[in-house]
Design a binder for this molecule. Structure first.
Ligand code: UD1
Ligand code: UDP
Length: 360
């Protein structure tokens, strides 16, 4: 049985890494296709190095572009590879344009699709990822839902029960297997930070950072948080956000320390030692929940409601006073919640299910 793993962005590399390592451990016949959606060293290659992953067999180098152009280029490129390689199953992870293209290409060729992290919904179609998730779920043959709640959402949308597997989220596998290694990172020393003596922020959602008003309001919100707590806010800056701050002519307020995007080990250390995270990232909401770090989500909704339900996360939106209020609400929060995303064996369960269904 031949397994194809399609990925293209930072979170997909990280969340697919446990599946890739499990394929290698089991000596399976597999190959990796990289679409090239992310290509800067610190958004791409650093994760292959940090996570000691084999390099992809193919890189489509599609680069950046409008949604349609970028997805179209990937669709054509992935189709050529799948026709040549004839895998028995294609795995995609999450909700990016890479996922949409990978799932559509495989679906048109009638190759089985396994969607890792299926059944997440923000119920917000203004978010480009929501369309990608819905389409990927509905053309997939195996849907690997991280939680029982995601499974329920899929059933409500009419997905047959025998396609859905509750596996946990592979991010738990990735955090568990890398946390000890990450403790070797010297990022805190390099940045002159002390454990719990700073906050961590990330920002990159299209709906937040492509809008001057929203991005400006979030920066003001972070500065209000700094004024109240006087703890530095470390912000590894996503290239999209960096570009927009420059184009909009926004000024970085005092107390916010911009750094380049961090590698996974450095970032895990920054997360684990932060007293709070303020973010619009999906993965960071999950990781904070797993690591016991209170999280303020700079969005009005989340497709990870489990983090809010267990008390690890609160939705703040983008208005500056709401961000400060949310930070106050999470200050001193006892992090005794239970991680809802599984036991760290998701990748094994995913491969077991695929081999059981399609193995020869
Ligand atoms: C993409 C995903 C988003 C995911 C995020 C993870 C979609 C629709 N969006 O958003 O769901 O949360 O990745 O980080 O698939 N750029 C670089 N170097 C890179 C990559 C991007 O400089 O390696 C810059 C370019 O200016 C580009 C912009 O970032 O135009 C946005 O990149 P893109 O991949 O389109 O979207 P992301 O915001 O990264
Ligand atoms: N991450 C990282 N370095 C950074 C910021 C994030 O390694 O500077 C990791 C983080 O640990 C998480 C993933 O990137 O696993 C989240 O990616 P991102 O926020 O770009 O996308 P999302 O999860 O929102 O799709």
């Amino acid at each position: 049985m031949k397994h194809a793993i399609i990925l293209g962005t930072r979170p997909e590399i990280i969340k697919m890494s446990p599946v890739i390592r499990e394929c290698a451990r089991r000596n399976l016949d597999y190959f990796i296709v990289h679409t090239g959606q992310h290509y800067s060293y610190e958004m791409d290659r650093v994760f292959f190095e940090d996570l000691k992953l084999p390099l992809p067999s193919y890189n489509l180098d599609v680069g950046s572009g409008s949604h349609g152009r970028q997805t179209g280029k990937m669709l054509a490129g992935i189709e050529d590879i799948l026709v040549k390689e004839k895998p028995d199953i294609v795995y995609v992870q999450g909700d990016t344009n890479t996922v949409l293209a990978g799932a559509l290409a495989a679906s048109k060729l009638q190759i089985a699709i396994g969607h890792v992290e299926a059944g997440l919904r923000s119920f917000d179609r203004a978010m480009p990822e929501e369309t990608n998730r819905i389409v990927a779920d509905h053309v997939s043959d195996l849907l690997f839902a991280p939680t029982a709640d995601s499974r329920k959402l899929l059933l409500q949308e009419g997905i047959p029960e025998d396609r859905i597997f509750v596996t946990g989220n592979t991010i738990v596998d990735a955090v568990k297997s890398n946390l000890e290694i990450a403790r070797g990172s010297d990022i805190l020393e390099r940045l002159h930070l002390t454990p719990k003596g700073y906050m961590l922020s990330t920002l990159h959602r299209q709906e937040n950072v492509d809008d001057r008003g929203r991005l400006g309001s979030i920066l003001v919100g972070l500065s209000k948080v700094y004024s109240e707590y006087r703890l530095p806010i470390v912000l590894p800056i996503h290239p999209r956000t960096k570009k927009n701050i420059g184009e909009f002519g926004l000024v970085i307020p005092d107390g916010i320390r911009l750094i380049d995007p961090a590698g996974f080990m450095d970032f895990l250390m920054l997360e684990a030692n932060a007293c709070m995270a303020l973010t619009d990232s999906g993965g960071v909401q999950e990781e904070c929940c797993i690591l016991g770090v209170p999280c303020v989500t700079l969005r009005e909704n989340t497709e990870r409601p489990e983090t809010v339900q267990v008390g690890a996360n609160v939705l703040a939106g983008y208005k500056s006073d709401d961000i400060l209020a949310a930070a106050r609400a999470m200050t001193g929060k006892k992090s005794d919640w239970v991680n809802p995303f599984g036991d760290g064996h998701a990748s094994g369960k995913i491969l077991d299910a695929a081999i059981d269904r399609y193995g020869k």
